[in-house]
Design a protein around this ligand. Structure first.
Ligand code: NAD
Ligand code: MN
Length: 360
């Protein structure tokens, strides 16, 4: 059997209430899958910063890099005012471990209404987020101060994000064919490349060209359909016809915006998972934050974390195990009897986890 070591980083707030659910579902997977899990409890976040002076202790990075196959990250609180020495541990982790892809699946609960079942693959290392900004002084008579930022797009980063998007499209079809992720609205794998190369012909033009080239590699030929869409019209169509999309690949900034917008289409943040993926490593992370308004009440929705756990397994090549988790979560949602308050129900975190474990 295969042994996977998973780092558990609950972080702050409800991160501590939902990450244990991820651990429990891994432990509850049927033994017929031939998987064993070992866990490393690791620290990061604002409370860790207040205690130790580091939001991301060195040991957390070292254990993840040296000993773990994957990890689950809960959420961290960011102080509302800048605190000296504090910076986001997840952003630092993405850099430390070169987690170049941010993957966010968005799926509607009931496929009889507006059916949505899409994944956004967002490039996670460059674009405007290289944060090379400058301000310039200029006399008011000439227009006053101004500022500039670098938008950096490389062939290498664009190629690898498009490649992972193609791989996700193929894998989604496999999981669909295994029949275990519920009904699907897609028949054929499709990747939509989004950009604004009609205006930004050099930067977005390069992204588009590299993505096109990556997706015409032999493993995708004839298996994955490829289309393009300019990002503003994509925002429009995402709201009018979200069912039209399977996998969307985007540079960092557009991907950030589109993925939050897409999450809004399915209601609660408590449902939406993500993964930060690099070469041979993946961190599952629910999209929500530390939710101080419901912290300690035992009512946080665990589903975003359970789906993030499945997503992490996908990138560790454990598709069958992932499909089992997705199916158990979908069954809970479709029945709709045991739901947390964010979905209009009365159930506790514990009751929802127990129901989903029972369905595994
Ligand atoms: P949030 O996601 O924590 O909460 C937004 C709203 O959604 C709240 O009403 C909350 O109760 C609800 N919600 C979120 N997750 C839920 C769940 N699993 N079940 C039920 N309801 C849920 O966003 P916020 O309030 O803007 O931020 C709170 C803190 O979290 C801030 O300190 C912020 O910086 C941080 N944050 C962290 C991350 C991250 O770690 N990736 C992301 C966003 C915000
Ligand atoms: Mn965002």
């Amino acid at each position: 059997s295969r042994v996977l070591r998973i780092g558990l980083i609950p972080g702050d707030g409800i991160g501590r209430e939902v990450i244990p659910a991820g651990r429990r579902i891994l432990e509850a997977l049927p033994s017929s899958l031939g998987l064993k899990f070992e866990f490393s409890d690791l620290h990061a976040g604002f409370e860790t910063f207040e205690k130790t002076g580091a939001a991301l202790p060195r040991r957390t990075v070292d254990v993840l890099r040296g000993e773990c196959d994957g990890a689950l990250f809960g959420a961290v609180s960011s102080p509302s005012k800048a605190v000296k020495g504090y910076s986001s541990p997840i952003v630092a982790l993405r850099k430390e471990l070169d987690l170049y892809a941010n993957i966010r699946p968005v799926k509607s609960v009931r496929t009889d209404r507006t059916a949505i079942d899409l994944v956004i693959a967002r490039e996670n290392t460059e674009d405007l987020y290289v944060k090379e900004e400058k301000t310039f002084e200029r006399p008011a008579s000439e227009g006053g101060r101004y500022a500039e930022a670098i938008k950096r797009i490389s062939e290498r980063a664009s190629t690898r994000i498009a490649t992972i998007a193609g791989e996700i499209a193929l894998r989604r079809q496999k999981i669909r064919e295994a029949g275990s992720s519920g009904s699907s609205i897609h028949k054929q794998p499709l990747v939509t490349i989004t950009h604004k190369s009609n205006v930004l012909s050099k930067t977005d033009g390069l992204f588009r060209e590299a993505a096109r080239a990556a997706l015409s590699a032999p493993q995708f030929q004839g298996a994955v359909a490829v289309e393009e869409q300019i990002v503003d019209s994509m925002a429009y169509k995402l709201f009018r016809q979200p069912g039209a999309y399977d996998v969307i690949v985007a540079p960092n900034l557009y991907g950030d915006i589109l993925s939050d917008a897409a999450a809004a289409l399915v209601g609660s943040l408590g449902l939406v998972p993500s993964a930060n993926v690099g070469e041979g490593f993946a961190i599952g992370e629910p999209c929500h934050g530390s939710a101080p308004d419901i912290e300690g009440k035992g009512i946080a929705n665990p589903i975003a974390t359970l789906r993030s756990t499945a997503l992490m397994l996908e990138f560790l090549n454990e598709e069958e195990a992932a499909a089992k988790i997705y199916a158990a979560v979908d069954a809970n949602l479709e029945e709709g009897k045991l739901l947390t308050p964010d979905l209009g129900g009365k159930a506790t975190t514990e009751e929802v986890v127990a129901d989903i474990l029972k369905r595994l």
